[in-house]
Design a protein around this ligand. Structure first.
Ligand code: ITT
Length: 199
């Protein structure tokens, strides 16, 4: 499944932080991007049990709804001391108001003073075509949880995640620094190698 230069592609997310990162990653490839929000596409319910299932569900719903290829991301923040939680329900920990200070406070409360501070982010990107074909790519970045939250860049759990090899949180990094190592950009590089062509 390759997308020709000049193709139109729906970026199938309603999360503004993800939309900004995915649009920036696609910028060099000569693809015309449209967001699910701008097209008025509904937010499908995420009923699958894993990242890949939810990524497929979102990409296929958007591709069918728009009649165009669609790229969706399902991702999450996983904490070793919490058995990988919040994982696939990372967005839900922020409650209906999507307040991530609530979600980060819950991580802190549930971890208590557990000695194991390891954490990681996962991103599964799925490209779907209107005919129902779909293909997925996974990326991961490992690091540690750190409290209190630091930094104003990024979104979601970025202020409490310190990637391996750095002392700063993702929230303290400039967008291009996060992009160099993030789970989403790693999944994107696999997607780009398989599905996109550079000029
Ligand atoms: P869409 O389904 O519309 O894409 P969403 O926010 O509901 O938006 P997910 O179901 O994939 O997306 O939830 C993943 C959550 O994990 C997301 O809301 C963030 O809180 C968190 N997350 C994922 N990637 C992240 C990143 O790069 N930095 C910080 N938090 C991230």
């Amino acid at each position: 499944m390759r997308l020709a230069r000049g193709s139109r592609l729906v970026v199938a997310t309603h999360n503004p932080g993800k939309l900004a990162e995915m649009t920036a990653l696609l910028a060099p490839y000569g693809i015309e991007t449209l967001s699910a929000g701008a097209l008025g596409l509904p937010e499908p319910e995420e009923t699958a049990e894993d990242f890949e299932g939810n990524a497929r569900l979102k990409a296929c719903a958007a591709a069918r709804g728009a009649g165009l290829p669609a790229l969706a991301d399902d991702s999450g923040f996983c904490v070793a001391a919490l058995g990988g939680a919040p994982g696939v329900v990372s967005a839900r920990w922020a409650g209906p108001g999507r307040d991530f200070s609530v979600a980060m406070a819950r991580v802190e409360r549930e971890m208590g003073n557990a000695a194991d501070r390891r954490a990681w982010f996962i991103s599964v990107l799925c490209l779907a075509l209107p005919d129902g074909r779909a293909t997925c790519f996974t990326g991961r970045v490992d690091g540690a949880v750190s409290f209190p939250p630091r930094g104003t860049h990024g979104f979601g759990y970025d202020p409490i995640f310190v990637p391996e090899g750095d002392r700063r949180t993702f929230g303290e990094m400039r967008p291009e620094e996060k992009e160099a190592i993030s789970h989403r950009s790693r999944a994107f590089r696999a997607f780009a190698a398989a599905c996109l062509s550079l000029p």
